[in-house]
Design a protein around this ligand. Structure first.
Ligand code: SF4
Ligand code: SF4
Length: 243
């Protein structure tokens, strides 16, 4: 059974529509700083952290777009289960480097480019350090190696992006994140969705599968290359037949 049930998501969509929460989310998005971006898509190389309200908003956007939803979920499954083996782009990036959910893309995507370079690079160093620690922990715990390509992958500070005003500070970013946390708290207080930090990919995986089951399968695939093709085919057959 999935960790985030479809009926709960649909109830959340109705709740957000009835209580203008999507409008409030769009007001936050509309208030963000802007800048010049070449749209090269080089920064679209991860499953960005998102808030619950953003997941509900993206799910709502996809709900009547059956082909796009199915195609995205297939790529989400590949991304998640092969995450320790190879570096893949964000599942919502298409082959022309466009974002397939541009209209409803998450806050972190909208703020990329606006970070001060010093903040950005400090955060990037922390991520690499945490990745190395995580690799060592997984080796000890489960006896497999996360690939070096994955551990050392860096989305570098974008020199091509030019903000229309100034770069924004960490405290300014935090204030924006807080506005989404307030929207999340309204939803969490009504619906039975477990509070947890999740990325874009993890939300959709939990819509398809129980999160512990998914994680255990991911470990098995990472430990044994021969399982990859067969197991991924089965997961797609089982989960995507009734979306
Ligand atoms: S922010 Fe930079 S890396 Fe990302 S799409 Fe724009 S120009 Fe490319
Ligand atoms: S959701 Fe869109 S903008 Fe964000 S990383 Fe993915 S492709 Fe890029």
């Amino acid at each position: 059974m999935a960790s985030i049930k479809k009926e709960d998501i649909i109830n959340c969509i109705n709740y957000c529509q009835d209580n203008n929460i999507f409008d409030d989310l769009n007001k936050v998005y509309g208030s963000l700083p802007t800048g010049y971006c070449t749209s090269c898509g080089d920064c679209c190389m991860e499953s960005v952290g998102i808030n619950l309200v953003e997941f509900i908003n993206i799910f709502n956007y996809l709900k009547d777009k059956k082909n796009l939803k199915k195609q995205s979920l297939e790529k989400i499954i590949d991304y998640y289960f092969l995450e320790y083996k190879k570096k893949s782009p964000c599942p919502f990036k298409d082959t022309d480097n466009r974002c397939l959910i541009y209209e409803v893309r998450p806050l972190n995507c909208r703020l990329f480019g606006h970070w001060k370079k010093e903040d950005y690079n400090k955060n990037l160093d922390n991520i690499t350090k945490r990745n190395i620690e995580y690799k060592n922990m997984m080796k000890k715990e489960y006896n497999f190696e996360i690939s070096d390509e994955v551990v050392n992958y860096r989305i570098n500070f974008c020199e091509n992006f030019i903000p229309n005003n100034d770069y924004i500070s960490k405290s300014e970013r935090m204030e924006i994140y807080d506005r989404l946390i307030i929207l999340d708290s309204k939803i969490y207080s009504f619906y039975n969705i477990e509070f947890r930090d999740r990325g874009l990919v993890e939300y959709f995986i939990e819509y398809l599968l129980d999160n512990n089951t998914a994680y255990n399968i991911k470990i098995k695939i990472s430990q044994n290359n021969e399982l990859e093709e067969r197991v991924l085919r089965r997961i797609k057959n089982i989960t995507l037949s009734s979306i």
